[in-house]
Ligand binder design. Structure first.
Ligand code: ZN
Length: 253
């Protein structure tokens, strides 16, 4: 391999659903294709979140998701309806809002099973779970175990993938394409909200770093992972949470 081993990036595209902004997604698809990069896409199985209704529902949406799968893009089950049902922050405390954390096991099970059924009806099998607003709890993990084969979560604050509670966690710590010196970084992007400048920034980032972007998650989904996080992971987590809290304070003013 012709790139340094110490840093790896995963690109994650959030909030794919039939009412997404098709032009925005087409632009980012073209950009990623140009750089030969495959992202993880968080697909909402049955969106009811009005803020994600950017266009009339696309009847070809699921056919498009299958083309993503066919070109090697990884798919994640992104909740169920993408609705804020509780004010629980859960295990990854970015937001006090959740579609799952705080709900009883039976309800979490039925929501996950319903979401998975939508994928399977469309001939698709998600290998990861992405909780809306990063919020999931131990009950969500139990429900995932009971009604899905999914054993990997794209979330968590750490510098490398780790295993916890019988699940693989691929940490997700950043929302901008910023070069790093080492570690595993998931860059979460919301294509509906990316302006021309954001796309330019992503383009120049990929120009330099596309070789360090993971093409396939196979190894991470099957290989051995460290079972604990160390002091550096916790320090990074505290830093990111503090920065997010500061940014939120700024916006509130
Ligand atoms: Zn979302």
């Amino acid at each position: 391999m012709n790139h340094p081993q110490q840093v790896r990036y995963l690109l994650r595209l959030d909030d794919a659903c039939p009412t997404m902004d098709l032009n925005a997604w087409t632009r980012i698809e073209a950009l990623l294709d140009r750089h030969g990069v495959s992202p993880l896409v968080a697909v909402i199985p049955d969106n009811r979140d009005p803020t994600l209704c950017r266009a009339p529902a696309d009847p070809d949406f699921w056919a498009r998701v299958r083309t993503w799968r066919d070109r090697g893009w990884e798919l994640a089950l992104h909740g169920h309806h993408h609705l804020k049902l509780t004010r629980e922050a859960g295990l990854v405390p970015f937001n006090r809002a959740s579609e799952f954390a705080g709900l009883p096991l039976g309800l979490q099970r039925s929501k996950l099973a319903a979401g998975l059924t939508v994928f399977r009806t469309e001939g698709l099998e998600p290998r990861l779970f992405v909780a809306p607003w990063h919020s999931l709890d131990h009950v969500t993990l139990a429900a995932l175990r009971q009604v899905t084969p999914i054993r990997c979560i794209s979330d968590g604050l750490a510098l490398r993938p780790f295993s916890r509670c019988g699940f693989r966690w691929l940490p997700q710590q950043t929302w901008t394409p910023t070069p790093r010196t080492w570690g595993f970084w998931t860059i979460c992007l919301h294509p509906d909200n990316l302006g021309p400048r954001d796309l330019e920034a992503l383009d120049s980032f990929l120009h330099e770093h596309s070789a360090a972007v993971l093409g396939s998650l196979d190894e991470l989904l099957t290989g051995a992972l460290p079972s604990s996080r160390g002091p550096l992971d916790y320090a990074l987590g505290a830093l990111i949470l503090a920065r997010r809290a500061r940014e939120r304070g700024k916006h509130a003013r």
